[in-house]
Design a protein around this ligand. Structure first.
Ligand code: TXA
Ligand code: MG
Length: 311
């Protein structure tokens, strides 16, 4: 065990905040059994106190101790995708306190695969509450540098773990009710879940449990961003008098200073997405234009984040 991981676990035990890498995005961790630590966590993020937070564990067994009435489908998903970029929302057991569930009868559980996250969770040995380590409403961090830029002195320690491999937040599947509901698309697709469970997975609607990803402005850059169809991109750039930063598949227009060309593979796109949006935001232009991705299922998770970013 590295001295840094030991120190990180000690900080968590003392009620402090530790930012740590996961394969999806960086998380801001606190002891999930301490009301005071979780209150500090919410204050650091500027997050409303009634929002539920995901609990992180080293193993599925530890995670399931926080749930009750666990349906077979949850164990199947865990067996296939944990450790990994999947969050399960299940009915909570008494171990999951009101201050991590937003008072709801369900709890979000995840077992991340990143080796630094795994080391921290094993050393700490109990549930770590961790939202993404960004200011509430801002883009999620995919590097330790992003965390420091957002939260700076509000965090006691930032563990370094390189750029996040998935790049967007975990897929969230709600199995707390009669139906299986996809609350947030991610690297693990609806199709993979449907195939494994042999059920139809419904989409989140207004009657689904509250989840902050469902709020209007979320995952958003500060510069107004807009999705533009490929064929309309040129005209839109001209209309805005070139005062734009562009995220596109196509080759750069030389007259535009900030143009990030993105990969045509959805996984590679997702991996680079938040760092790219931060860079475009920092350009300080009047607008960010985003070339729309293809209208196919493999782009669902990326399209979801782009739509949120451009509201
Ligand atoms: O990839 C991820 O999931 C990252 C890393 C750090 O694990 N975490 C993350 O946390 O994205 P956060 O708090 O930024 O987003 C978690 C989402 C929120 O929309 C929250 O409302 C929802 O999960 N959530 C948590 N518990 C829930 C519950 N019991 N019912 C419904 N939604 C829940
Ligand atoms: Mg978040």
């Amino acid at each position: 065990m590295s001295p840094e991981i030991r120190r990180a676990a000690e900080i968590l035990r003392a009620g402090g905040l530790v930012a740590f890498p996961t394969e999806t995005v960086y998380g801001l961790g606190a002891d999930a059994s301490s009301a005071a630590a979780v209150a500090r966590l919410y204050a650091a993020k500027g997050r409303p106190a009634d929002h539920p937070v995901i609990l992180h564990f080293a193993t599925a067994e530890a995670a399931f101790a926080f749930a009750r009435d666990i349906p077979p489908g949850a164990r199947e998903l865990a067996g296939r995708f944990w450790p990994g970029p999947l969050t399960l929302v299940l009915r909570r057991s008494q171990k999951a306190k009101d201050f991590v569930t937003g008072g709801q009868d369900s709890v979000g559980l995840r077992v991340p695969s990143h080796p630094v996250a795994q080391a921290l969770l094993r050393e700490f040995g109990d549930a770590v509450a961790a939202p993404s380590a960004n200011e509430f409403g801002n883009l999620s961090p995919t590097t330790a540098q992003h965390v420091r830029a957002d939260l700076a002195d509000k965090v006691d320690l930032v563990l370094e773990g390189g750029p996040s491999e998935v790049g967007i937040e975990s897929t969230i599947v709600d199995l707390s009710g009669a139906e299986v509901i996809l609350l947030r698309p991610g690297r693990i697709s609806r199709d993979e879940i449907e195939k494994l469970l042999d059920v139809k997975v419904k989409s989140a609607d207004r009657s689904s449990p509250r989840h902050s990803g469902g709020l209007e402005r979320h995952y958003a850059p500060k510069t107004p961003a807009r999705l533009v169809a490929s064929h309309a991109l040129d005209a839109e750039i001209a209309r805005l008098g070139l005062d734009v930063a562009v995220l596109a598949f196509s080759k750069p227009d030389e007259r535009v200073d900030t143009w990030i060309r993105m990969p045509k593979d959805p996984k590679a796109f997702a991996q680079r997405l938040y760092a790219a949006l931060r860079e475009l935001d920092d350009a300080g232009c009047g607008a960010i234009l985003i070339e729309s991705p293809p209208d196919t299922a493999e782009w669902d998770a990326v399209r979801d984040r782009l739509q949120r970013a451009s509201r």
